[in-house]
Design a binder for this molecule. Structure first.
Ligand code: MD3
Ligand code: FE
Length: 199
């Protein structure tokens, strides 16, 4: 059930349909308090992915650049990390630190995320855990240094990926999502949730 590609541990179908439904209701509660918004890069371009966060810190970008912030752009603190997320983290990273950021990305048809590294966190020895929900997404995995060959893998609803060790600083991105008719998300699209230790 678990496969490793370039250090990415992919747990296919880790979440049952019932667990996925529990995740979606938890996400809807977070989003009701901290609405999804389209972040703007330091070059002033809105991202096609909409985002929000839960936890002590949320990942943030605006014309000042990428960073973690303790508040939503509306000025409110981010809502607490849902219990279902803390439980999955503890199952995959037992006895370690707890996540301080739960970043929620929402992809509509046509949304994408270019190849990038995640390096705004203080300590890369902690893994990032990612949960995919809704439409399948084409995930591209690259290298630690820029350039070189990449490999692509489809991430499906209920898949969980653990990025630790050599994978933690690899370039990665989402090329596209596949329009999905499943009834998990009647509005369509895809959620990706990442849990991170930030400080
Ligand atoms: C590898 N998200 O939020 S999840 C991101 O599907 C991000 O929304 C994508 O890249 C998405 O930064 C891909 C897989 C992922 C997430 C975080 C990582 C891979 C990662 C952090 C470090 C290395
Ligand atoms: Fe990333």
């Amino acid at each position: 059930k678990m496969r490793t590609i370039r250090g990415f541990e992919i747990h296919d179908g880790r979440l049952s349909r019932t667990e996925q439904e529990r995740w979606i209701s938890a996400l809807r509660e977070v989003i009701s308090k901290a609405p999804l918004y389209a972040p703007v890069t330091r070059w002033g371009k809105p991202m096609s992915v909409r985002m929000t966060s839960a936890g002590a810190f949320g990942w943030y970008t605006d014309r000042r650049g990428y960073r973690y912030e303790p508040r939503h752009p509306d000025g409110q603190p981010w809502p607490p990390i849902p219990q279902v997320a803390l439980e999955l983290w503890e199952a995959l990273v037992p006895g370690g630190r707890h996540p301080e950021c739960c970043l929620i990305n929402h992809y509509r048809e046509g949304a994408r995320m270019g190849l990038h590294q995640d390096r705004d966190e203080a300590d890369f020895s902690w893994p990032v855990v990612s949960v995919s929900l809704g439409a399948p997404a084409l995930f591209r995995i690259g290298n630690v240094e820029r350039g070189g060959p990449t490999e692509s893998v489809w991430l499906n609803s209920g898949d969980v990926v653990v990025m630790g060790g050599e994978a933690r600083l690899r370039h990665h991105g989402i090329d596209r999502i596949k329009p999905d008719a499943s009834d998990l998300l009647p509005e369509g699209g895809r959620f990706n949730v990442t849990m991170r230790v930030v400080t």
